[in-house]
Design a protein around this ligand. Structure first.
Ligand code: B12
Length: 389
């Protein structure tokens, strides 16, 4: 390392650059293997909480040891980026809801560009590569290290809550081999507050700082297979992610709308409150044009069309029937046809039922036929003359 910059100077440099580029807070913790978080993670995987993610014990060991990301790692610089911006008002019925994190241009790009700038400055000052960056996609228990650094505490909704910024913050890390001075963790918890637990429609939050992610609407709207039937009605109008637990969180409410509107406001009106019947019709060209650059884009168009079908079923509005019937008959993806069948059964009007009966005769996919059967089940009339004596 050039003699001119001390470790204190380097930490100050990292903090200054991160803040100049939009981080709301920056703190440092040691890059030690975090055995308590590893144990918590393994327990959560063993319960099946993260089933849809196929995480295993090996993942837990790697994610809780920054040395696995960068050999001889000594410090983790933790950054928090506030992103809360007002939700667009819905201009009418049949609009879906998108979570705040996903309605703007993809946050990964922005956070990573800041992490890159911080890492490059440190590498240049150190005279050699001494950093690695992480944001969301690399195996690193980001919330745990952020909590150790004192950026905030892990709340009952399992998100990191910064006392000043709330929980609508993205996390990003620069792991380094430099032994920077660590900051102190906070001694805070949610105390008796359980508003997030009470507001969660699917009962995903247990209240003991753990989550059954297989019930979390954020997970349900991004899984690539069928949404369990029993949970569909609980998703309401969410078509991507969910913010209910954070919107109910007092320190998050107190932090207000602290996201930079230029980076965090909806990329376009339709990405904040999309018209469900349009979303249901979305084909690949249009999908790419509208959603490729948002965090809603990464699971592909069929997942969004499926979610639109579920939200339309939950709207219980007969004007959605023609769009759902079209999806039932013409969507190329069986998962979308199956969820359209569910939505039609939920609306339950005579035209919806007859469309289901007609499709039942010609549908080739076994899974879709099963969905149609389940949708029609409540409407099967029992012929009393054939009943038992
Ligand atoms: C998989 C994943 C999901 C899954 C599972 C979420 C979950 N709670 O586990 C789903 C799809 C449901 C999801 C949803 C969301 N996610 Co997500 N997700 C992730 C991802 C990729 C891995 C999380 C993981 O490993 N989970 C497994 C659990 C067991 O680990 P964990 O959450 O890290 O929890 C550890 C700590 O909390 C710690 N811990 C618990 N208590 C305590 C106490 C102390 C003192 C300490 C030190 C540690 C500690 O122990 C746990 C085990 O190690 C991370 C990115 C990353 N690499 O970390 C983003 C991440 C957690 N997600 C993020 C976001 C923004 C969201 C959503 C808000 C998006 C949305 N609106 O829809 C929701 C929030 C839902 C919720 N209530 O959690 C942010 C969270 C920012 C924050 N402020 O916390 C992250 C960090 C991405 C990022 N870089 O910004 N997500």
């Amino acid at each position: 390392m050039p003699a001119t910059l001390s470790l204190t100077d380097l930490k100050e440099l990292a903090v200054r650059i991160a803040r100049e580029l939009g981080a709301g807070d920056v703190r440092v913790t040691g890059a030690f293997p975090d055995e308590a978080s590893c144990r918590r993670m393994r327990e959560s995987f063993a319960r099946g909480d993260l089933q849809t993610w196929r995480f295993d014990d090996r993942y837990a060991s790697r994610a809780t040891d920054p040395g696995e990301l960068l050999g001889r790692a000594r410090s983790v610089i933790c950054l928090a980026f506030p992103y809360a911006t007002p939700a667009p008002a819905s201009p009418g019925p049949l609009r879906g809801r998108v979570s705040n994190y996903a309605w703007s241009p993809d946050y990964h790009t922005r956070v990573r560009s800041v992490l890159d700038a911080v890492a490059s400055a440190i590498d240049a000052a150190a005279g050699e590569p001494v950093t690695a960056i992480a944001c969301d996609t690399r195996p690193l228990a980001e919330r745990a290290f952020a909590a150790h650094s004192g950026l905030g505490w892990v709340g009952k909704h399992t998100n990191l809550i910064s006392p000043g910024l709330g929980s609508f913050v993205f996390l990003g890390e620069v792991v380094t081999t430099l032994a920077l001075a660590p900051d102190a963790p906070l001694r805070k918890s949610c105390g008796e507050c359980a508003r997030c637990v009470d507001v969660c429609p699917t009962g995903a939050l247990r209240g003991d700082y753990t989550i059954d992610a297989t019930r979390c609407i954020a997970d349900l709207t991004q899984r690539t297979d069928a949404i369990p039937r029993a949970l569909r009605a609980l998703i309401g109008d969410w078509v991507w992610g969910c913010d209910l637990c954070q919107l109910a969180c007092p320190p998050t409410q107190a932090a207000g709308f602290n996201g930079d509107p230029a980076a965090n406001a909806p990329a376009q009106f339709e990405s904040g409150r999309p018209l469900l019947t349009n979303l249901l019709r979305l084909r690949s060209g249009e999908f790419k044009r509208r959603f490729e650059k948002t965090a809603m884009g990464w699971r592909g168009g069929a997942v969004l069309r499926r979610n639109a079908a579920v939200a339309l079923g939950n709207a219980l509005d007969r004007s959605a029937i023609p769009a759902l019937v079209l999806a039932l008959n013409e969507d190329p993806h069986p998962m979308v046809r199956g969820h359209a069948a569910w939505a039609l059964g939920r609306i339950g009007a005579p035209s919806a039922i007859s469309a289901l009966q007609a499709r039942d005769v010609v549908e080739a996919d076994v899974g879709v036929r099963e969905e149609i059967g389940a949708a029609l089940e409540p409407f099967v009339t029992v012929d009393a003359s054939k009943g038992s004596q």
